[in-house]
Each structure stands twice: as structure tokens, then as C-alpha cells.
Design a protein. Sequence first.
Length: 368
Amino acid sequence: MTIRIGTFNAENLFRRPKAFALEDDAKRDKILSDFNELASLLEKDTYEPADKQRIAEIIKDHQVHNGEKDSPRPFFINELKGSGAKLFTASGPVANPTITIVADGRGDWPGWAEFVRGDLSWTAVQNTARVVAEVNADVLLMVEAEDRLTLERFNDNVLGETLGHQPYAFNLLIDGNDPRGIDVGILSRHPITSVRSHVFDPGQGGRRLFSRDCPEFETAINGTPLWILGNHFKSKRGGGEGLRVRQAERVREIYQAALQRSDHVIVAGDLNDFLDSPPVRTLLDAGLEEAMTHPSYTGDPGTHGPGTGDDDKLDYLMFSPTLWDRVEHVEVERRGIWAPRTFKSFPTVTSKATQASDHAALYADLDL
């Protein structure tokens, strides 16, 4: 019996932070970097004078204080109403205010920093479903999905009702550590019989190890367990290779433990690094085999953007030795990406604004 397994970074299903859609890479990276810095500063027990100064600078630089309807702010401070406690005050003109940090530490105010979200275009949402329908996997890892109910609505309402494709009977997602709603979920035509989360695995400096999670999804393929370890490693933005290596080392341990339960184990998802990088080598050296190295695959080496370069390889399906011997065919579905100088997209993909994602879907057929 042939079973198709896939992975797809959908870059959210209905809504995503507006900053992610910016065409200017430098501007987008600056926003993401400052947001991460702000979030880290806000978690400090005590805000030193230098901390307060930097928090105020970020708030002012990005107009975080501007709560007007047409505000250009990419993120805001969510202060809980009725608490009476505030992080900051703003006085003077909106364009050039004086920001005063009134809280002296994390315990002085209840709230957090949060990205401003925007709706994806309906065309983009349908194109995301079109990729899922074309791949038509029996089990599909969905990276960057907002939450389980959103995944279910996408499955039933868009994939099923709008496109007329058979929706998946089973779906599961556990919210991870990323506040932006980019979690790792799964769609399956076979029963999902158990799940193990690693959202609380400890990292360095008291932080959690996984940027999202490494959920272990157990599916039953005609009664035989198949384990899929879903991943979305730390982004390349701002470096992060050391953290990706530590994440890979932990996934390797989880994989080896899973092998004690079943010889049918897959490590999948967006590892945010190329094939010969230290994080990926950490996993391959454990005996896993990567789908796009299979003799049946003859396309370009990457899965991100045009996909023509080795550095474009970000998405992975890695198989345990027993499963690797059963791989029959490997393919990449790129038509949801807008790359007009490289390949032909779906007719409905006419720009970056309408593309399903800038990641391709990777899938493999196995004889199980």
C-alpha cells in the first residue's frame, strides 16, 4: 500500500503579522529584531535605566504608542484593561512623543508585546489550500498554522467546501512557544493516536529550547504506528545557528527514543538551514536519510523561494532506515510560490501577495 507523507510551511492560513509581508527585507528584519529585543527586555525582573531607555527608543521608533486606526505600528503593547498598571506613558505630538517607562520591572504591569496582524488575501488562502490539494498527502505536517481550530476551519471550509477537495478526517496542533501564531500541526487521513509535546524542554539562560515545539505525532497506518516529529527551528534572521544546533541535538535524542517504540519514524518540517549545515548534519549523522537525496528526486535542490540554490533548502522529510528502504518517489510542489523567472506558478498565483507561501511543499511516497 502506497502512503504519501508531506511537509509544508504554509506561512499562516488566514492571518499573519503584517510585518512578515513587507517587501523590504532590511525593514522587515529590523522590525523583527527590535520586537525580539523588546520582548526580551520586558521579561526582566528589574528594568535598569539603560533598559528603560532602550524600551522607550523601540516604542518611539516603531510608533508603538500610536493607537490610531490607521497607525503604521508593526506591533503594540497589550496592557490588560482594568489592571491600573502601565508599562509607559506618551506625551506630546504623536509623531515625536516623549516616552516615559513607568514600570520598574516585569512584576509592575500585566501585559506583553504583540504583533499587529492582518488578513491574508482570499486568493492567497485559496492558493494555500490548492497546494495541499495538489500534494494530496495521506499525512501532511503543516508548519506555521495559527491554532488547531484555525487548521480545522481551513481544512473544512477552504480545502473542503471552497476547493471541493476531500478534507482530512483528523487534525491536531499544540500551541508552541512562538507568540506570533506560527505553530506546527498535522493533517491526516489516518487516526492520530497520540501526541507528545516538548514545548517545555529547557534551553540556555532559563529559556525554552524550541522556538515553537517538537511535537511527536503518532498515526496508525492500518494499525501500524508511524511517528512524525514535527519541527520549525530558529530562523536564520539574526544568526541563531548555535540554537539550531542545540535544537537538532535534542531532536536527535527524541528521534532515538522514538526508535525504541517503532522503527517507523520521520523527522520533518522547516529546519531553517541547508543540507550540509551543522544542525542538519547532526540529524543525518543519527542515521536519518533526507527525501531530496533519494534517487527518484531529480529537481532543484531548494524548497524556499526560487529553490535553485543549496541555501534555498530549508524544508525536510527525514526517514529512519526502515522507512528509507520503502521510499518509492519524492517530489516538490512549487507552484504555490511566485517566482516567474524560475518556474510556472498556479494561474491564480500572480504576485507575492497572492502566493500560498514562499516555501514549497515536499512529499514522498512510501510502500507501507
